[in-house]
Write a protein that binds this ligand. Structure first.
Ligand code: ZN
Ligand code: FE
Ligand code: FE
Ligand code: ZN
Length: 262
């Protein structure tokens, strides 16, 4: 059984393809289930990579159109929610605005003006030591894990996207957020999109994943597709990685069974 619960729609302005094209691709690569999770709207216009504040109904409608085209294929409705301190109430409100199957928590912003994965913000990386960028990112990821707002968390070490890593032992950066995810029973995502970025590596790193496995944190394998051809992409590599650190199960969202064999 394979599923992919992280994919986008053109409403975020940096993805292409109607959801029905993502579903068709998912079926053709052997997925049994698919879930959309576009970037969440903010209360007011916020940046140029998410749906507008009033576009949530349009998003639900796009997913509904895919469901109408593929009535026998399970299509879930989710949302990739930016965890930004101060917006918790907004996210709680959003959760009630549609019939969501799940919410993904993500950290992109490490400062009001700095989405750390944005190639147009690379100039900001000169303002802080790399160690501080990593510390901020993982401190926020820890808060996201503890917030109780999310079913699982996206791309755990997204901060490595451009290939910059502090020297030395990276475990201390990972420890707190992993302890929080374990304590709060939040699953984590093994996200193959990292393979398509400068870092050319799955999010998270093997070392991070080993630490997650040691804490019995469930993982899901997702593509973070921003185009139909990316649905389910590189899942064999992700499955190999998960198995090689000892994972034998994948959690299932909102099904009778809690997990399935990997
Ligand atoms: Zn995106
Ligand atoms: Fe993201
Ligand atoms: Fe995403
Ligand atoms: Zn993403």
């Amino acid at each position: 059984m394979r599923f992919d619960y992280h994919m986008h729609t053109p409403l975020c302005r940096h993805a292409v393809g109607h959801p029905r094209d993502y579903v068709a691709q998912g079926i053709s690569v052997g997925l049994q289930e698919i879930g959309f999770s576009d970037h969440n709207p903010m209360p007011v216009s916020f940046d140029d990579w998410r749906m507008a504040p009033d576009e949530l109904p349009a998003y639900v409608q796009l997913v509904q159109e895919a469901r109408e085209d593929f009535p026998d294929f399970p299509i879930r409705l989710g949302l990739e929610c930016d965890f930004i301190p101060g917006y918790e109430t907004h996210l709680r409100h959003l959760a009630t605005c549609a019939d969501f199957d799940y919410l993904i928590g993500a950290v992109h912003y490490i400062r009001d003006d700095w989405d750390v994965d944005n190639p147009h913000k690379r100039n900001l990386w000169r303002e802080l030591p790399l160690e501080e960028v990593w510390k901020r990112y993982f401190a926020l990821y820890t808060q996201a894990a503890s917030s109780g707002l999310f079913d699982f968390l996206a791309h755990p070490d997204l901060v490595k996207k451009f290939g910059d890593r502090p020297s030395g032992d990276l475990k201390p950066y990972y420890e707190e957020c992993l302890n929080a995810a374990a304590d709060c029973h939040v699953a984590l995502e093994l996200n193959t999109a990292g393979l398509r970025k400068d870092v050319a590596e799955i999010y998270p790193s093997r070392e991070f994943l080993e630490m997650a496995h040691a804490r019995n944190i469930p993982i899901l394998i997702n593509s973070d597709a921003h185009a139909p051809a990316e649905v389910g992409l590189n899942f064999d590599q992700a499955l190999d990685l998960a198995r090689s650190v000892g994972y034998t199960q994948l959690p299932v969202l909102k099904n009778e069974k809690n997990s399935i064999p990997l």
